[in-house]
Design a protein around this ligand. Structure first.
Ligand SMILES: C[S@@+](CC[C@H](N)C(=O)[O-])C[C@H]1O[C@@H](n2cnc3c(N)ncnc32)[C@H](O)[C@@H]1O
Length: 293
């Protein structure tokens, strides 16, 4: 834990930490190649809410890990992200898809806090998603609120917004920032070199931001260790419900994993399904008061 990092330094680290991890999209895809349960969860959610086709707004879509399976399943996806590297990878993957699938994907360069997708022609979205800790790149209450209000503005009444963020792990947050953790050996997918990966972080307990460093070190010791910054805002569950409610959305379901287990203290993720109230269904939630399930 680092209670005394100067505010200016935290700002710089946070900014770099929202970009650096996504600068090498091939390495990103390699690191998360076995992550599948979330893809199945969001595909099933889309089927249960939309049937076999329909439009999905995907925030922080990255290189298309979830976008492409959704398009293959028959859904039209507008994929929003800011990272040129991740969007470049997504565009290349889309170009290699059968044209019937490729034409269901629209790549939209935009920021989580300020995106604007044209909904005049096709109408508002019945479903929006932000998969794999995307909202952890919103570092202040103002940023979170801006994003959630953009989401609400793009959703049709009764439409859903589903996302997942990590459940803060108290033991992890206060790990010794000087030690290297999770050391593993791997082959870099681009250079084919044998590398060691390890990580550590400082935690700012006031802003609730983990300033993570990812170390990539050649196994043969020849050449420098690359240090990649990754900054994650930590959301505690009651706080998250309050933030969602404040933006005029209502949490309708909450899980602790992608198999539908209830959220408890042992969970890794908080998976939330929220709805934009539909006034025709008398389902309006006050901006000042959160109604629990
Ligand atoms: C952990 S990745 C998740 C990517 C993808 N959803 C997946 O599941 O593989 C987070 C993504 O959020 C994007 N991102 C971070 N900050 C952003 C911002 N302010 N606006 C838009 N995208 C952002 C990153 O570029 C990255 O692609």
């Amino acid at each position: 834990m680092s209670p005394r990092l100067p505010a200016g330094l935290i700002d710089d680290l946070v900014d770099a930490g929202s970009r650096e991890h996504y600068a090498d999209a091939s390495l990103y895809d390699y690191e998360y190649r076995r992550r599948r349960a979330d893809v199945a969860f969001y595909r099933e959610l889309a089927r249960s809410r939309l049937g076999s086709s329909g439009r999905i707004l995907e925030l922080g879509a990255g290189s298309g890990r979830v976008t492409i399976p959704l398009a293959r399943a028959g859904f039209e996806v507008v994929a929003v992200d800011t990272s040129a590297a991740m969007l470049g990878k997504l565009r290349a993957r889309v170009a290699a898809l059968p044209s019937a699938v490729a034409k269901r994907i629209t790549v939209h360069e935009g920021d989580l806090r300020a995106f604007s997708v044209d909904i005049k022609k096709r109408g508002a979205f019945p479903l929006a998603i932000a998969v794999f800790n995307v909202l952890e790149h919103l570092y202040t209450r103002v940023e979170v609120d801006a994003c959630l209000r953009r989401v609400a503005d793009h959703l049709a009444p009764g439409g859903a917004f589903a996302f997942d963020v990590q459940l803060p792990d108290l033991a992890w947050l206060i790990r010794d920032p000087q030690k290297r953790w999770a050391r593993t050996r791997f082959t870099d997918p681009t250079t084919k070199r044998q590398m060691f990966y390890s990580t550590n972080h400082d935690y700012d307990p006031i802003g609730q931001i983990a300033l993570i460093r990812l170390y990539y070190e050649p196994v043969d010791g020849k050449g420098p260790t690359k240090i990649v910054k990754l900054s994650q805002r930590k959301f505690f569950p009651a706080e998250l419900e309050a933030l969602v409610s404040h933006a005029g959305l209502r949490v309708t379901e909450r899980f602790g994993d992608f198999a539908g287990r209830p959220l408890d203290g042992t969970a890794e993720s908080q998976v939330l399904v929220c709805e934009k109230p539909d006034p025709r269904r008398g389902n309006v939630v006050s901006r000042r008061g959160f109604r629990s399930r």
